[in-house]
Write a protein that binds this ligand. Structure first.
Ligand code: MRU
Length: 367
């Protein structure tokens, strides 16, 4: 997507320097910094510290990490060590394991001398595929937004609500939840997006930054405002992303998503989840019981980063000194609260039958 007229992806290969470059998201929306990811430790830090974040982007980054490992030492032992080293960085987003598994399965049969080049090529393919998948998700989501727009008085915007950042920054490009928004906006449909701030790390500020750069009207709201807006008829549709969706359509996403789904259900507001197929974990059925929820550092709760009026980026504590903080980073929304799943192959019910009908190849392979 574009930043001030220049097209960016959230990561790219710098062929001149032979290195992966990323937008360091820890500084957004206050500062735009591009940094190289040059060592295996850099890769692990980039994912754990959330310089890159969002399930699809974590997966693509891990694929480049595997490429670096193969360039350094293409043995089976080093491949397995890289898999383990990268996989443990973030436990919830399944795209990480999906990308590492795909790399390992493709590289293992090759002679060691061919693995470095093949791994880099595969990382490029995974990144490019993510862009195309998200573009298609946008097309299918656009049809849903178009239907809502058609029932509204002329000129009245479709009012969407989203949680966290499932935008282009969370993928290689387009985003998942935001792709329908960008495509609807580009098609001339009037939109307004309510953006949940998404404490503790305020990924809503990233979403606001993205939407603002693309000219999509939006308002940044507290995490607690959504239910109130829905009660007053001010939300036509919710679209969120997901970090892992089970084979029966339970959706794990950023903490607080479940509460939005409950409020949407209570108010008859359609609640859609946009997801690329690598985010489906076909090995898991019941999300609440089976998906590991990442517990992050309490400092993300007790402290907050921002920019002062003087333009300096800094962190302040918001709690009394020593207050303990609990920080589960994700929650699970049961499938009964999800109106539909927007995938690259179309929209389906959040159910085993719905997903299997769109993805019979993957569903059967997992049996
Ligand atoms: O902790 P984060 O910022 O990586 O969490 C991101 C989300 O929860 C997104 O909604 C999800 O990864 C979908 S991204 C297209």
């Amino acid at each position: 997507m574009k930043i001030d007229g220049t097209h960016y992806r959230s990561l790219w290969w710098n062929a001149e320097k032979d290195v992966l470059e990323i937008i360091d998201q820890r500084w957004l929306p206050h500062d735009f910094r591009v940094v190289p990811v040059a060592t295996m430790q850099d890769f692990a830090d980039a994912i754990y510290q959330m310089r890159v974040r969002g399930a699809p982007l974590i997966g693509a980054t891990a694929a480049y990490g595997m490429a670096l490992a193969m360039a350094e030492n293409s043995s089976d032992a080093n491949m397995d060590a890289a898999w383990t080293f990268l996989e443990k960085t973030r436990p919830t987003a399944i795209n990480l394991r999906w990308a590492l598994d795909r790399c390992r399965a493709a590289l293992r049969p090759l002679p060691e001398s061919d693995r470095a080049a093949a791994a880099l090529q595969l990382a490029h393919e995974i990144a490019d595929e993510d862009v195309e998948i998200n573009r298609r998700i946008g097309e299918h989501g656009l049809a849903l937004i178009r239907d809502i727009a058609a029932k509204k008085p002329a000129g009245e915007p479709v009012r969407l609500l989203t949680h966290c950042n499932a935008g282009w920054l969370a993928t290689v490009d387009w985003g998942t939840a935001t792709s329908p928004m960008y495509q609807a906006h580009d098609a001339g449909i009037a939109l307004h997006v309510w953006v949940d701030e998404t404490r503790p790390r305020n990924q809503g500020a990233l979403t606001s930054w993205e939407l603002g750069k693309h000219g999509v009207p939006h308002t940044y709201i507290t995490d607690n405002a959504g239910g109130h807006l829905m009660q007053h008829g001010m939300v036509d549709m919710v679209i969120t992303g997901t970090d892992r969706t089970t084979r029966r359509g339970d959706v794990c996403n950023k903490i607080g998503t479940y509460l939005k789904a409950l409020a949407a259900h209570d108010n008859g507001v359609p609640f859609y989840v946009a997801l690329p197929s690598p985010t489906i974990d076909w090995t898991v059925s019941g999300g609440v019981a089976e998906i590991p929820i990442e517990e992050r550092d309490a400092q993300e709760i007790t402290h907050i980063q921002g920019v002062t009026e003087a333009g300096e980026i800094g962190t302040v504590r918001v709690t009394p000194e020593g207050t303990p903080g609990g920080n589960p980073a994700f929650d699970v929304t049961p499938n009964r609260l999800v109106t539909g799943l927007i995938t690259e192959r179309g929209v389906c019910a959040a159910s085993e039958e719905g997903l299997a009908a769109l993805f019979p190849d993957f569903a059967q392979a997992a049996e």
